[in-house]
Design a protein. Structure first.
Length: 272
């Protein structure tokens, strides 16, 4: 692990964190503040965003906030115009959905593409030229363990996260001689408000829930060391086991786990 001064020298002076109001994004913000990096926190939830910003400012951090809907066509430009010159982008914001693919409407599917794929793509495209010119910087794209193989009941979400993973790994190689570090992060189930609001049934999938602070710390420590990273030893072991199975068997196993975690009575009502 590098020191706070070394981290700030490489990835400062400013980090942008999207989806920073709660959960994983707020955890990244707290960890980055502890590493002496200034912050631009981005979210659409103004009240929660200001709460996190006030907490960090009270502890001595330099924080700005931007309230924006990342599904909007101009969101990436608004973020970059507000940020100016930044050294680190943590693209964390995402929309998830749990349930049958057939129950999800077109608007929900397209919103997932906009927030999970389109805006991160444009953010990366906007910030990279200046990072490459400067010869240093970092980009973290939040993916998911669901992105590694077919993940029933989260099909569209997992597909968007696979897109982020491949983008991150591809850019890691394209840029590895430029001084700019790109990494995809694949968390497993993590104790975030988003997960808890989906009301998962206690079982195999929830046995080793990680805390957002642990995911953020491990990911930031790993930045620059690999094209992608799985936080949590239990998650890495689970990934290794699933990778040892025939792909069809692994997908069926994932489906069994997901149906046990989200039985029909625990899945959201698409009419609500």
């Amino acid at each position: 692990m590098t020191s706070s001064a070394e981290f700030a020298d490489r990835y400062g002076p400013l980090a942008v964190v999207t989806g920073a109001a709660v959960g994983m994004g707020a955890a990244f913000a707290r960890d980055l503040a502890a590493r002496d990096v200034d912050l631009l926190l981005v979210d659409r939830d103004e009240r929660a965003l200001e709460t996190v910003a006030l907490e960090l400012e009270t502890d001595g951090a330099t924080v700005r906030t931007l309230v924006v809907d990342l599904a909007s066509p101009d969101a990436a430009d608004e973020v970059c115009d507000t940020a100016g010159d930044l050294g680190l982008l943590v693209s964390n914001a995402a929309i998830g959905y749990v349930g049958s693919f057939l129950d999800q409407d077109d608007d929900g599917l397209l919103a997932q593409l906009d927030v999970n794929c389109r805006t991160p793509l444009l953010l990366v495209r906007r910030v990279l030229p200046r990072m490459v010119t400067r010869g240093r910087g970092g980009i973290i794209l939040l993916s998911s363990l669901s992105a590694v193989r077919g993940s029933p009941l989260v099909a569209s979400y997992a597909a968007t996260k696979a897109w982020n993973l491949i983008l991150a790994e591809s850019l890691w190689d394209e840029l590895r001689d430029t001084g700019v570090d790109v990494m995809g992060v694949l968390p497993g189930m993590t104790r975030t408000p988003g997960l808890l609001s989906s009301s998962p049934q206690a079982g195999l999938a929830t046995t080793n829930l990680m805390e957002p602070a642990d995911v953020a710390r491990e990911a930031l420590d790993a930045l620059g060391s690999a094209p992608s990273f799985i936080p949590g030893e239990a998650n890495r072991e689970s990934h290794a086991f699933m990778s040892s199975l025939d792909r069809a068997e692994a997908i069926k196993t994932m489906g069994d786990v997901m149906r046990a975690t989200y039985p029909p009575e625990r899945q959201p009502d698409p009419s609500v």
